[in-house]
Design a protein around this ligand. Structure first.
Ligand SMILES: *Cc1c(COP(=O)(O)O)cnc(C)c1O
Length: 387
């Protein structure tokens, strides 16, 4: 008997139809130069100081004195201490509350194992689809709240046990201000809810009113789990290393329970990846990482300006590498996708993948290469002129 709940996962179907259409087009038009504005992966390689740290880590594994086998379940102390010192000490978080893992995709779903099966789960619409399908795979039910005109999730008038907030946001590309988050903290405290705060795009934050961590907001340590990853900020999408914080103040004993679970379900991220992650905090790494992120944000600025010039309404792109583009002329996201693929040879992602409210939007990404983004804008503006 197979798990019927796995059939509830929606993303595979929709994403598969995007790839099907792209591949069919490629077969019929092998000479077309297709550019993807759809990618959710980074294009910049890993910076040198991190590569050097990995070379050293690999050598460690080659010698009897420095060899590492199984690491700790929650991450090596050297990395947890670096994360603590550089990111979380200032908020009064302790090392015991920090967990190192191999990716926020995994963490954002598996954290549900910490909570009762009957917990009610609230997501935004649109949402990062992994929360929805991850919950489905664990036989958990989710409900949705609408977003306001700035795509900030609206506070519901009933109680939920778990609320997912992604900021800076994928797919919309906006980021929640301290004021927006304070309202959610207030809701969580009043309703004894837990906020799962996905902050993997933290390094892209440039606006002054957007917090670097949810723990900047009073009361957050009583109700929020924060997740971060080295994937998008330091090009670890292939290397794999992430971390998250479970504050003891949420509920006394929560870490004893979660450590017991994690010891059972996880054998840690690799030593080499954790050594690489430690090197992220070197001053020269921080400088190079900021340059890479500035490059993506400049891509975003160029793409946003271009789409606006072509008459589109564009959200996001200021504190995140994504933009949410409203289709024109009563087209759906799928119709815009078809037109862009067939006429302009540009791939965009239909917003419906991220929820029913995304039907008239597409997501575009600034994580690609500058020249390709510029070429897309040229194609789009030329097409606008001709029509
Ligand atoms: C890319 C992404 C992740 C996955 O990060 P990994 O650490 O590579 O697993 C999680 N959340 C959001 C919103 C993302 O866009």
């Amino acid at each position: 008997m197979l798990n019927k709940d796995l059939l509830q996962m929606e993303t595979k179907d929709v994403y598969a139809s995007v790839m099907e259409k792209v591949n069919a087009f490629k077969r019929e038009n092998p000479q077309a130069k297709i550019i993807s504005l759809g990618i959710g992966d980074v294009s910049k390689p890993i910076i040198r100081p991190i590569i050097e740290a990995m070379h050293q880590a690999v050598e460690d594994l080659a010698s009897m004195d420095t060899f590492k086998g199984y690491g700790g379940y929650y991450g090596y102390d050297f990395l947890r201490e670096a994360i603590l010192k550089n990111e979380y000490q200032k908020y009064g978080i302790t090392k015991d509350e920090i967990y190192v893992s191999d990716g926020t995709k995994t963490d954002s779903t598996s954290i549900l194992e910490l909570f009762d099966k009957d917990s009610t789960i609230l997501l935004g619409n649109p949402t990062y689809p992994i929360y929805r399908d991850g919950a489905a795979a664990l036989s958990r039910k989710v409900e949705y709240t609408t977003v306001d005109e700035d795509f900030v999730m609206q506070i519901p008038d009933k109680k939920y046990d778990i609320v997912y907030i992604c900021s800076p946001n994928n797919p919309v590309g906006n980021a929640y201000s301290k004021k927006d988050l304070a309202k959610w903290i207030d809701y969580a405290l009043k309703n004894k809810a837990v906020i799962v705060f996905d902050n993997v795009y933290q390094g892209f934050v440039r606006s002054k009113d957007v917090p670097n961590s949810i723990y900047e907001i009073e009361g957050a340590k009583n109700c929020a789990i924060e997740m971060r990853s080295f994937s998008k900020v330091a090009s670890f999408t292939g290397l794999r290393c992430s971390y998250y914080v479970v504050p003891e103040q949420i509920c006394k004993g929560i870490n004893v329970l979660w450590k017991r679970r994690t010891m059972n379900r996880f054998n840690g991220a690799s030593y080499v990846a954790q050594k690489a992650a430690e090197a992220v905090y070197l001053p020269e790494s921080q400088k190079l990482i900021k340059e890479n992120i500035d490059y993506y944000l400049e891509n975003a600025r160029i793409l946003k300006e271009g789409f606006e010039k072509a008459g589109y309404k564009v959200f996001g792109g200021k504190d995140a590498p994504f933009m949410w583009v409203k289709s024109k002329d009563q087209k759906t996201g799928w119709q815009m996708f078809d037109y862009y693929l067939n006429k302009l040879n540009i791939i965009v992602i239909p917003g419906i993948i991220f929820g029913s409210q995304g039907d008239n939007y597409v997501r575009i990404s600034a994580l690609g290469q500058r020249e390709e983004g510029i070429e897309c804008i040229e194609r789009i503006l030329k097409d606008e002129e001709e029509n």
